[in-house]
Structure formats: C-alpha cells, structure tokens
Write a protein that binds this ligand. Structure first.
Ligand SMILES: NC(=O)c1ccc[n+]([C@@H]2O[C@H](COP(=O)([O-])OP(=O)(O)OC[C@H]3O[C@@H](n4cnc5c(N)ncnc54)[C@H](O)[C@@H]3O)[C@@H](O)[C@H]2O)c1
Length: 320
C-alpha cells in the first residue's frame, strides 16, 4: 500500500504513522507537515525524527496551502490512501486567529481533495471533531444527530464533512470522516488539558481551570484511536461514512485532576469562568464504530493516564 499522512509530525499523525510502519512493513508511507508554531515545533521535529529512521517512511515539509508543491509531491508518490490529520487544532485559539482555521482546515482540505481527485486516490480518511456537535443536551451524541458547531474550529470541521460529501458524489474517492473526542496519551499535545496540567506541575506553573473544572470530556486513548484507524483501512466503505471515535466514558475534569494528583508532587490551580469557545460536556456514542469493526476492548482511563504521566516524566527529563 502507498499511504499519505498529512500532519505526520502532529500527535495523532505521528502515532498513526508509527503504527502503520509497524503493522504494514511492506507499505510505503509518505508524510507531510509544515511544523506550524501553534505549539512546540521542537516536539514535532522530535516526532518526525523518530519516523524518518524507518526506510519505508518518506517525509517532506509541505504546507497544505502551497497548492502547487502539494500537487507535485502527491502526484509523484501517487498514494492510494490519504489520512488528512494536518489541521489548525484547538478550540480556544479559534477565537484568537480564526483565519488560520479557514486557511488550513478548509482551503487546505480543498487543495488535498482536488489533487486526490486528479490522481484517483481510493480513500481519504479525514479528521473531523466532536466540536461539530456544539453545545448539546442529548447524550450520548450519535452520528445521526444534527450538528451545530459553536466556534470556527467546529465549523471548519463541519465544512470538511460537507465538502467530503460533495467530492464523494462527484468522484470515485471514498471518504471516511473521523469525529475524534479528546484524544490523549504519550506524545500528546501540550496545549491539551492532561499534558498541560502535568507539565505545569513539573515547572511549578499555575494551571488555569476553566468553568471551575465543571467540564466533562469523553477522553479517548491514542492507542484505541490508532487501533481503530488501522482496522478501518481494511474495511469496505460505502461512498462516505462518518464515525464518532470515542471511548464513550465521559469523565468530569475534577475527577481527572484527582487521578493526576496521585502522581504529581504539587499543583497550582487557578479557577476561571467558562471560556467562550468551550463546550461544557462531550459524550459520544461509539456504537457505530464498535459494531462496524467489532472493536470493544478500549483501554481504561487509569491505564491511559499512567502511560501518559510516565511519558511526560521521561520527556521532561529529556530521556526521549
Ligand atoms: N487531539 C484531539 O483530541 C483531537 C480531537 C478532535 C479532532 N482532532 C483533529 O485531529 C487532527 C489531528 O489532531 P492532533 O491532535 O494530532 O493535532 P496536532 O496539532 O498535534 O497535529 C496537526 C499537525 O498538522 C500540522 N499542520 C498545521 N497546519 C498545517 C498546514 N497548513 N500544512 C501542513 N501541516 C500543517 C501541524 O504542524 C501539526 O503537526 C486535527 O484535524 C484535529 O483538529 C484532534
């Protein structure tokens, strides 16, 4: 197989690419990333440096917005499958710099679809998000529910889903939309709650807890995410399918903090009111994906949090 992973230096892109290289040793994996400065480019380069040690991995620094360079690269390597995991992520930052979401998430995805159509890519897996649901009161959230994003980030993902639907009708490409719910684990994003709380504690820095900790999140362990994606590659797909990718076990943030405090020597929490872009609760139904793949063996949160803490400790001590 020839697979392209965009955003391969990002958290999910790196974790998936590592697994693809392990599970499909005869495949060629191509990765692109622009080492965007939204969070530590150094962390992204460290992830990329691990990947390039494998002889079946080929990397190029490319921005999804550089349409000509993107087209040249993809046309040369002719992938059969694309995972679009490059994006401007993060909900809160979409209040600060909405243009980046439009450029990368909407225009970037459009550029990718156009090239994919030209070279007749078979399948495109693309990252959507639980953010498409917006503020809801009906849980667990099902793929069939109507979606009403609350911020530009969620809107950019909704537009991705609509764009995929149109391309799935106007081309032979099959599209698989992945509505990820708060993914965490080793090599995770430093702007997200768990990693941020741990690193702030190591650095003896304050941690701002929004909505006084009264958020609930459907935390999903990275190994479950990559297991699901690898299984999906082999499945037959109709024109366009969308799946919630979640553990379906929501946890209150105060509970998460309690669990993390067992590992940490100190924490300096500063309680803050609700942030405008934040959703109070996420809780997805994973019935569709678990039935489709017969995947039910999700990692426990206690296991995931221990693995994440151990990784953070080693990363902080520069042992990785
Ligand atoms: N991590 C989560 O909990 C979560 C939840 C819901 C949805 N998602 C979505 O999943 C995808 C992957 O998320 P992640 O957590 O790995 O994020 P990430 O920020 O770690 O990875 C995204 C990668 O894309 C790269 N990138 C950004 N703009 C680019 C551009 N214009 N051209 C090329 N590369 C670019 C970044 O440098 C980064 O390495 C994103 O679409 C994100 O919105 C993630």
């Amino acid at each position: 197989m020839r697979i392209l992973v965009t955003g391969c230096a990002g958290f999910i892109g790196f974790s998936l690419t590592s697994k693809l290289l392990r599970n499909f040793p005869k495949s060629k994996i191509f990765g692109i990333d622009n080492f965007d400065k939204y969070y530590s480019p150094e962390l992204k380069r460290r992830r990329k440096n691990i990947l390039i040690k494998n002889k079946n991995f080929f990397f190029k620094k490319i921005d999804l917005n550089d349409q000509k360079i993107l087209e040249k690269f993809i046309t040369k390597f002719k992938p059969e499958i694309i995972f679009n995991l490059a994006a401007q992520a993060g909900v809160r930052y979409s209040l600060v710099n909405p243009r980046k979401y439009v450029n990368t998430n909407i225009n970037g995805f459009f550029n990718l679809c156009e090239v994919a159509k030209k070279i007749r890519v078979k399948k495109i897996f693309y990252a959507s998000s639980s953010s498409v649901y917006g503020e809801s009161s009906l849980f667990p959230l099902k793929e069939t529910y109507s979606i009403k994003p609350k911020n530009i980030y969620g809107l950019s993902k909704k537009i991705n889903e609509e764009m995929a639907e149109i391309y799935s009708i106007n081309s032979k490409i099959k599209f698989i939309g992945l509505r990820f719910f708060t993914v965490y684990g080793p090599w995770g994003r430093p702007d997200m709650m768990i990693q941020k709380y741990i690193f702030n504690s190591f650095k003896n820095k304050k941690f701002e807890l929004f909505n006084y900790g009264n958020h609930t999140r459907d935390f999903t362990y990275i190994e479950d995410v990559t297991n699901i994606l690898v299984k999906l590659i082999k499945k037959k797909i109709s024109k366009h399918e969308i799946f919630n990718i979640c553990s379906s076990k929501p946890i209150h943030l105060k509970n998460v903090i309690g669990k993390l405090n067992k590992y940490l020597k100190r924490s300096r929490i500063v309680n803050k009111p609700l942030q405008k872009a934040d959703i109070k609760k996420t809780h997805g139904s994973n019935k569709k994906i678990t039935k489709y793949l017969k995947y039910n063996n999700f990692y426990s949160f206690d296991y995931g949090i221990k693995k994440t803490f151990d990784w953070c400790k080693n990363y902080f001590k520069k042992k990785l």
